[in-house]
Design a protein around this ligand. Sequence first.
Ligand SMILES: N[C@@H](CCC(=O)N[C@@H](CS)C(=O)NCC(=O)O)C(=O)O
Length: 216
Amino acid sequence: MPNPTSKSTSLQIWGRANSVNVQKVLWCCRELGVPFQRIDAGMQFGRNTEADYLAMNPNGRVPTLVDGDFVLWESNAILRYIALSHGATTLYPAKPKIRAGIERWLDWTLSTLQPVERPLFWGLVRTPVAERDMAAMQQAADTAAVQWRIIDHQLATREYIEGEGFSLADIAIGAYARRWFGVEGVTRPALPHLEQWFALISIRPAFQEFVAPPMS
Ligand SMILES: N[C@@H](CCC(=O)N[C@@H](CS)C(=O)NCC(=O)O)C(=O)O
């Protein structure tokens, strides 16, 4: 049964706390002051392969959001829904060009950044030390660095990723940046704008609460 880690309300978020895609959603909720109940699911907690979970999310992945009788999966779709339904302006501005810029980064995070981050994270965090292939890990880091350089360039002329301030784009990319800067044993290129931005977003209380904890 549910293992609530926050005040019980109608908004439920299913997913283990060490999942990057769950972390993004929790971070967003806290930024907006949206109360929620998180329920462990995925990996060692199971649940996500059971019929009742699959009825909510046929992918058997986390997170899944339940808001009354409304069920939603895909972490970035969940971010958009939470922002829209709580009237956020700077997190997800209504102006088409600004919003489209943010949308671009939300899509890019899942289509381009996540696939190059995953091998590095799994190889260095979820693989026992004795089994780690450090040459392959450095190659993975070099591959990921190509994408982080794009963000570094984007941040050369602005404080936050897109828009008029801290936005959903910072949350989506920031959760992955915690992993990029957190893994050990590989060499990363100096990316000063990215580092400056990460220092800025990582002091946010919601980041500290949900994204900063030790990776596992
Ligand atoms: N594109 C999906 C990906 C979801 C996904 O792959 N979630 C991972 C955790 S980050 C998962 O469910 N892993 C299986 C598990 O936890 O058992 C999203 O953004 O929500």
